[in-house]
Design a protein around this ligand. Structure first.
Ligand code: NAD
Ligand code: ZN
Length: 350
């Protein structure tokens, strides 16, 4: 095996990225070395690429970034259990401390000192990456590697949607980026009655239709509340899956929420926002849930069960690029002209 690998790195604290030749990392005790088969671009990677406010405060260059991937275990560090060389794996990207009170009470998704691969330590836009064995999800059936590569955003959608009682519910998904799109078939399979999606991107609303949304609303030209009222015959929304992080979307969505409704919030506003708490939540007797990451590993078992039950994520994947062309992928993501952009480290599968 050659001792170096191709990788995509943020070398200095400025916008953009660089292709580098990096040493192949050595798995430490409790870690494995994974040969990346397929990776995917996340919105977080675009923040790192554009070097926005969040990235400037969080990322410490030099860093190989990227965190959505699957691959093959090629080397085991000392003390690794439950996995062997040759296993095909996806990875829970939040590495938890295991000792804080949240971890110790089965709530690792809200761990106090979480470390994220490709954010706090070297990631997967490379040929190889090391990860703790506890974070591996070993596939025991033949899964499409492109689907295995997007388990992180899919898991966000599973976690957000299944935190609510969806059976017979009128569901509104605000923001059909990749995660909002994935929430459509999840809500459908979980028994939702009506699935309504809103966005400001015709491209993405079209994808929402392909995923079987009952009603799509372009909020640039249509009024969210009156369209929701028509689609639900005046009943309003029982479950809001907020996946835009947009202040206007959030305020309008709460107006559509029926009394006693549940709002499951995944979207992250770029700055603090204002909401009329009394009208939006208190007097409605609404339940509001904050969703962080994926439950470890409850969300993963739920997600796999849905996939094996026939849930099809393939329409989510709209572009495939070799690592050498990852810059085009970042630009597509910035423009919102895509679902998931898949990256092949060697490009030979294209
Ligand atoms: P994305 O940016 O691709 O999707 C957001 C969508 O919202 C876009 O399609 C955008 O056009 C749409 N939008 C913008 N303004 C809108 C409006 N007024 N009404 C309706 N839609 C509007 O992001 P994504 O990768 O799908 O992630 C969804 C959200 O979840 C983002 O805010 C992301 O930061 C957040 N996120 C949270 C977690 C978590 O653990 N809480 C994890 C991953 C992502
Ligand atoms: Zn912890």
């Amino acid at each position: 095996m050659s001792k170096t690998m191709k990788a995509v790195a943020k070398k200095t604290a400025t916008a953009g990225f660089e292709f580098i030749e990096a040493p192949i990392p050595k798995p430490r005790a409790g870690e494995v070395l994974v040969k990346v088969r397929v990776s995917a671009i996340c919105g977080t990677d675009v923040h790192i690429y554009t070097w926005d406010h969040w990235a400037q405060n969080r990322i410490k260059p030099p860093l190989i970034f990227g965190h959505e991937f699957c691959g093959d275990v090629v080397e085991l560090g000392e003390g690794v259990k439950g996995v062997k060389e040759g296993d095909f794996v996806s990875v829970e990207t939040h590495f938890t401390c295991g000792v804080c009170r949240f971890c110790r009470t089965g709530r690792g998704h809200i761990c106090q000192t979480v470390e994220i691969v490709g954010v706090d330590r070297d990631g997967c836009f490379a040929e190889y990456v090391t990860v703790p064995y506890e974070n591996l999800w070993v596939w025991d059936y033949d899964v499409d590697p492109e689907i295995a590569a997007i388990q992180d955003p899919y898991g966000n959608a599973v976690h957000t949607a299944l935190a609510c009682d969806l059976v017979g519910a009128n569901v509104l998904i605000t923001g059909v980026g990749p995660i909002g799109l994935a929430a459509i078939p999840i809500a459908r399979q979980a028994g939702a009655k009506t699935i309504i999606c809103s966005d400001v991107s015709p491209y993405r609303l079209e994808l929402a239709k392909q995923f079987g949304a009952d009603c799509t609303i372009d909020v640039r030209s249509e009024n969210l509340c009156s369209e929701v009222s028509k689609a639900t015959r005046g009943s309003g929304i029982d479950v809001l899956l907020e996946m835009s992080g947009n202040e206007v979307a959030i305020n309008d969505a709460f107006k559509c929420l029926a009394n006693g409704g549940t709002a499951s919030l995944l979207g992250i506003p770029s700055k603090p926002i204002t909401i009329d708490l009394a009208t939006a939540i208190v007097f409605k007797g609404a339940t509001v849930l904050g969703i962080n990451g994926r439950k470890m590993f409850e969300t993963w078992y739920q997600g796999q069960a849905l996939l094996q039950g026939g849930l099809d994520l393939t329409p989510l994947i709209t572009h495939r690029l070799p690592l050498e062309r990852i810059g085009e992928g970042f630009e597509l993501m910035k423009a919102g002209q895509c679902g998931k952009v898949i990256i092949y480290p060697d490009g030979s599968d294209l």
